[in-house]
Design a protein around this ligand. Structure first.
Ligand code: ZN
Length: 139
């Protein structure tokens, strides 16, 4: 009898504050969760950019929109020639063709970037969720 495959993947990336010292798949301070979790609908990266640092290019995408969620620190965000300050709690959605870049400010910038194909989400939350009979130990 074949064992049933689990319906979840658990990956512990450690503390956000320790992310900057980690080097995974040649990228320092960045964890790509898609492969680590076996995701099929979006990619999520968790990033730590040291104070004053930045990726030395502006990029856009072919198909994917991105959402940047600033977890801690501060910095400056650039989209299509506009620049604005970002800090903990800032959330930026960028269309695929948006030409974007991010720079850390005086503090290390920790952010999560979620990318998914524009137009691929057809339902969510109440339309997609199902309440089950199963109970957790705390119920
Ligand atoms: Zn991107």
């Amino acid at each position: 009898m074949a064992s049933k495959e689990k319906n979840y993947t658990l990956f512990n990336m450690g503390a956000f504050a320790a992310l900057g010292e980690k080097e995974i798949d040649g990228a320092k301070g960045r964890i790509m969760l898609g492969a680590a979790l076996g995701m099929t609908g979006c990619e999520i990266s968790v990033n730590s950019t040291p104070a004053g640092k930045f990726a030395p290019f502006v990029h856009s995408h072919k198909l994917n929109e991105e959402v940047y969620i600033i977890v801690s620190g501060n910095g400056t965000y650039h989209v299509d020639g506009e620049e604005f300050p970002i800090q903990e709690g800032s959330v930026i959605r960028v269309a695929p063709e948006g030409k974007r870049a991010v720079k850390a400010g005086a503090e290390t910038l920790i952010y999560i970037c979620i990318q998914a194909q524009r137009g691929s989400l057809t339902q969510a939350t109440m339309e997609d969720g199902i309440i089950n009979e199963e109970k957790a130990s705390w119920m």
